[in-house]
Design a protein around this ligand. Structure first.
Ligand SMILES: Cc1cc2nc3c(=O)[nH]c(=O)nc-3n(C[C@H](O)[C@H](O)[C@H](O)COP(=O)(O)O)c2cc1C
Length: 471
């Protein structure tokens, strides 16, 4: 399989003579949060298989690298209630990806699975199985969300301290690699004449002992086409970045602007040498959104409309409550920000991952938001629209193609995980209009060249980089 040499290779060159990097693209199935326009008349189900199949088929038609599923193990609550943005829930990752494997041939299938509340044997079996069923298209986004609220679902509320989350993740991954590697790949003989099924009766034997795990036995899934799933990481802390530099093949990042993207890219890539890895062996893929139009002005108008749909008055109040840490249900979303300061200390409003938002100096955030609201004369809703992000790429297909390419050639990323604002048809227009322009520029494939996800991502095979493991 090709690796380093093909990752940046292309027949096309930039005006400076530098070989053009090829862009990697993925489709994010919209999750259960405020980026989801479930209230749009065109929005479909987020739980029926037809929606997943639609997005996957569009992504494969457009020759995308993979489809990506995030994970939420507990519905978010606010003031003790599930709020409307979360009500649809999220079906189980492995079940969805296995079903998608049956209706696609080449598209990679990436699932987010938590390393805090699961066990390596179970997760390794599931990924090895998915890799078999999909003929080598599986990827695992290793996340470490550890909050006690989510843990209650597993009778493990608060069992892991925040500072230990990556130690467990690293050991979890090492244990999983031990399991995947317990089969070499040549053991199954199935020789009818001699009656021998295995060439090696010890196939699948493993043992892994660490501070978090003490497991030994036999792994029951023979080596899968990729050997190990492609590994993603999606944490942003110092520990998260080191974890990615040591062990991941790709990062799902939130640094989707040019400047932030460049800084993150340079930071993470510079960490790789310490682990004996080349810069090409870790792909940086920020989550980004897009809005297309026949003219740039029309696209900007549409983008504003989408933002207003995403942040209803009620949503604006819910998000404000996460910072103010108070019940603000009586506040008028079209009026000014609350006069009282945020409550500091115990989390009384939101639980789980939303509570993390409140850990970041709420008084400073409130000061900043007040200043912004005053300077621009913004209502609560306008302010929340302003501060909770906006679409990353807005314009005609030609403008969006040009900008996407610029980000990649200027090393702000190696590609993108595109989060359409509509389910399931939100990627259709992009596939039909932007992708052909990227292909014309010679920066995106016109046909799949390999069959595995590792090949799509131009990643070295796992044995090339994973040499040091401890017992
Ligand atoms: C872009 C991005 C996407 C994430 N997606 C998920 C997710 O789908 N499910 C989840 O449990 N955690 C998710 N996380 C949380 C992180 O994976 C990680 O568990 C948490 O942020 C703690 O790590 P950190 O302190 O290094 O950021 C995401 C984080 C980022 C930055």
């Amino acid at each position: 399989m090709s690796n380093e040499s093909s990752s940046s290779s292309s027949s096309s060159r930039s005006s400076s003579g530098k070989p053009l990097k090829r862009i990697h693209l993925a489709a994010h199935f919209p999750g259960v949060n405020n980026t989801t326009v479930w209230s749009d008349p065109q929005a479909g189900s987020q739980i029926e298989f037809s929606s997943f199949a639609h997005l996957a088929r569009t992504a494969e038609r457009a020759k995308f690298d993979f489809l990506f599923l995030a994970e939420g193990l507990r519905l978010r609550e606010q003031n003790g209630l599930i709020y409307d943005l979360d009500v649809v829930g999220r079906p189980d990752t492995f079940t969805v990806l296995a079903a998608l494997a049956a209706v696609t041939d080449r598209l990679g299938l990436a699932g987010t699975i938590n390393s805090t509340f699961n066990e390596p044997y179970e997760v390794a079996r599931q990924f090895a199985s998915l890799d078999h069923l999909s003929a080598g298209r599986s990827a695992w986004n290793v996340v470490t969300s550890w909050d006690a609220f989510t843990g209650e679902n597993f009778r493990r509320g608060g069992f892991l301290r925040e500072e230990d989350r990556y130690a467990r993740a690293q050991q979890f991954l090492e244990a999983s690699w031990r399991l995947f590697d317990s089969w070499r790949g040549d053991e199954v003989l199935a020789d009818r004449a001699s009656g021998a099924f295995l060439s090696d009766p010890r196939a699948g034997e493993f043992a892994y002992r660490s501070s978090e795990f003490d497991i030994a036995g036999r792994f029951d899934v023979p080596r899968s086409p990729q050997g190990r799933p492609v590994i993603f990481q999606a944490g942003d802390s110092e520990q998260g970045r080191e974890f990615a530099a040591a062990s991941a093949d790709a990062i799902f990042s939130r640094h989707g602007t040019l400047e932030a993207g460049k800084a993150f890219y340079a930071d993470v890539k510079s960490r790789l040498a310490r682990y004996g890895r080349s810069p090409d062996s870790l792909k940086i893929l920020p989550a980004v959104t897009f809005v297309l139009g026949d003219t740039d002005a029309e696209a900007h108008e549409k983008a504003e409309l989408v933002r207003r749909q995403q942040v209803s008055g009620q949503t604006a109040i819910r998000l404000l409550e996460q910072v103010w840490n108070r019940d603000l249900s009586d506040l008028d979303p079209e009026g000014p920000l609350p006069e009282a300061d945020p409550l500091v200390g115990e989390h009384t409003v939101a639980q789980g991952r939303a509570s993390v938002r409140m850990n970041r100096d709420p008084l400073a955030v409130a000061r900043e938001w007040r200043a912004l609201a005053e300077a621009k004369n913004l209502s609560v809703r306008d302010l929340v629209i302003e501060v909770t992000g906006r679409q990353s790429f807005i314009g005609t297909p030609a403008r969006v193609a040009e900008e996407l390419n610029r980000f990649v050639q200027e090393d702000a990323s190696d590609g993108f995980i595109l989060a359409p604002h509509l389910t399931p048809g939100g990627l259709d227009e992009f596939a039909d209009t932007v992708v052909p322009l990227l292909q014309e520029r010679g920066v995106f494939r016109t046909e799949y060249e390999g069959s595995t996800l590792r090949e799509h991502l131009d990643l070295p095979s796992p044995t090339d980089t994973r040499t040091k493991e401890t017992t």
